[in-house]
Design a protein around this ligand. Structure first.
Ligand code: PNS
Length: 165
């Protein structure tokens, strides 16, 4: 039986409600969705790969056909190893487009059999990014409406030392 599988790759540092919205949408389009945390040594993450994966595992627990994995190296190699036919990326605004377009076309040059699909999260999530959420949390702001509960607690914990110092 042909299983339609897609990869949703990202840094997920940490997962936001915007990511979750894209995951929910993609999960309805494919038999299986693999949410893949990139362990890219160049990008300095706040959370370890394991922490980022665990926050995702908690967030996607209600979704039967979603699994969490991590990958290093080229995305297309990981997608191939997972026998995925598509890569899903979220598009929030025009500002996302240039980078996403370049990445999609380069990935297509590397692996013509894997399509990139762009999904738009609900409007209320279009201004959310992991980077901004981390900044707000670090400065003591309330981030509960932007990220899943466990991610909010994890962010509060990470920055607790800063606030009490
Ligand atoms: O959440 P992000 O940081 O926007 O995700 C970017 C990510 C991890 C999807 C992208 O950097 C990636 O695919 N990295 C893996 C390395 C790779 O394949 N690079 C070539 C892409 S053209």
């Amino acid at each position: 039986m042909l299983v339609r599988r897609a990869i949703y790759p990202g840094s997920f540092d940490p997962v936001t409600n915007g990511h979750l919205d894209v995951i929910q949408r993609a999960a309805t389009l494919f038999d299986e969705l693999v949410v893949a945390v990139a362990c890219n040594a160049e990008k300095k993450a706040l959370f370890t790969t394991q922490e980022r994966m665990q926050l995702l595992v908690d967030a996607v627990a209600p979704l039967q056909n979603v699994r969490v994995a991590s990958f290093g190296g080229l995305l297309v190699n990981f997608a191939r190893s997972e026998k995925a036919s598509a890569v899903v990326r979220g598009l929030r605004a025009i500002s996302d487009f240039e980078f996403e377009f370049q990445m999609a076309l380069m990935n297509r040059k590397l692996e013509p059999n894997i399509e990139t699909l762009f999904l738009m999260p609900r409007e209320e999530y279009t201004s959310i990014s992991s980077r901004v959420v981390k900044e707000i949390a670090q400065l003591g702001g309330n981030i509960d409406q932007f990220v899943p509960d466990k991610a909010a607690s994890a962010l509060h914990q990470k920055f607790a030392a800063t606030h009490t110092a």
